[in-house]
Design a protein around this ligand. Structure first.
Ligand code: NAD
Ligand code: UDP
Length: 320
């Protein structure tokens, strides 16, 4: 069993790698990453002879033979990072998917982490997979959400025309250990700001909502969907926490651990979605027994503990 994870040095990818290494049927695991938004430190703990790490842009990956399973996570997920390099983001997602499809053996499985961003600024709540979204294809977030939509289209056509086995998951906001301190997303920003005794920055009034899934629960869902459950259901499958919480409430919760940090309001992020909440009917039917079991507050406390424990490595580690 040869498995490839593109983006395996990233936040979610490195947890997925850990989870894959628990598999007894795994012969070798190839991690492909260019360390753009990922960190070498996310893989430092791995000493498993089945693993090899290839530093490469996924879209320019050399011929490494064919793989039985390929998981394509190679893309920044944080708005400031993908907005800073939109063309690179499109290349990673779209050209990366094309390159990886060539490396899949006939009958192999292609897993893809799409995003709730395909729903844009949604007009229905919660969002079922059948909702087609409210997305601006020339807007500031388009490099990310449109490239995810394009890869979804490509994979479903590859399935229809070439019978490629695919599993497409739409992740809602994920948080937890191994997020970069300079990642730029809400939970990691608030914690980093708290640790540095800086103001906690809210973009806009903070009444916009998201559904925040703790990474262990999300990776458990990915493992069940990608390889543990026998179902060949291709997705798209929503995955996230169905508890919807406003950004200001997140900031207030984090602030309880950092009373020296005041909450300040900055201008809203461009075209910031006003709300996001997954309809998980399909996920619960497809993955019996799975849910986001870690309460949001517990997850945030764990993330704070991890950031505190690793603060020194962010300064020492040139990547971080
Ligand atoms: P991340 O930025 O931590 O990880 C992405 C990884 O991909 C990094 O290690 C980065 O260096 C690597 N990468 C980027 N471009 C590459 C390229 N061209 N070639 C090789 N490697 C490349 O992000 P994450 O939060 O771990 O997200 C992982 C996946 O999940 C992404 O596809 C993202 O779109 C998706 N997703 C994440 C979230 C979330 O809330 N974190 C939500 C929805 C979807
Ligand atoms: N956000 C914020 N302050 C920050 C970072 C993010 O108010 O320092 C807001 C952001 O505008 C959005 C929400 O928090 O409304 C979630 O942002 P994040 O970047 O975590 O994920 P997104 O859902 O935008 O991809």
């Amino acid at each position: 069993m040869r498995v490839l994870v593109a983006g395996g040095a990233g936040f979610i990818g490195s947890h997925l790698v850990d989870r894959l290494l628990r598999r007894t049927d795994l012969d070798d695991l190839t991690v492909v990453d260019n360390f753009w938004t990922g960190r070498r430190a996310n893989l430092h703990h791995i000493a498993d002879p089945r693993v090899r790490i290839i530093e490469s842009d996924v879209e320019r990956l050399a011929d490494l033979g064919q793989f039985d399973e390929i998981y394509h996570l190679a893309s920044p997920a944080s708005p400031p990072w993908y907005m800073a390099e939109p063309i690179r983001t499109i290349r990673a997602n779209v050209l990366g998917a094309l390159r990886l499809l060539d490396a899949l053996r006939p009958g192999g499985l292609f897993g893809f982490t799409s995003t709730s961003e395909v729903y844009g600024d949604p007009h229905v709540t919660p969002q079922p997979e059948s909702y087609r979204g409210s997305v601006d294809c020339t807007g500031p977030r388009s490099s990310y959400d449109e490239s995810k939509r394009c890869v979804e289209a490509m994979l479903f056509e590859a399935r229809r025309v070439n019978r490629v086995r695919i599993k497409v998951v739409r992740l809602f906001n994920v948080f937890g250990p191994r997020t970069r301190p300079d990642d730029g997303r809400a939970v990691s920003n608030f914690i980093t700001q708290g640790l540095r005794k800086q103001p906690i920055t809210i973009y806009g009034d903070g009444l916009q909502t998201r559904s925040w899934g703790y990474v262990d629960d999300i990776v458990d869902g990915l493992a069940r969907f990608f390889w543990l459950q026998p179902s060949e259901y291709p997705g798209p499958l929503n995955m996230g926490n169905d508890r919807e919480i406003s950004v200001i409430d997140v900031a207030r919760y984090v602030q309880r651990s950092f009373p020296d940090s005041a909450i300040v309001h900055l201008p809203p992020a461009p075209q910031d979605p006003t709300n996001r909440r997954p309809d998980l009917t399909l996920a619960y039917r497809t993955l019996p027994g799975w849910s986001c079991a870690v309460p949001y507050e517990v997850g945030v406390d764990r993330a704070i503990a991890w950031f505190r424990a690793n603060e020194h490595s962010f300064i020492a580690d040139a990547d971080g």
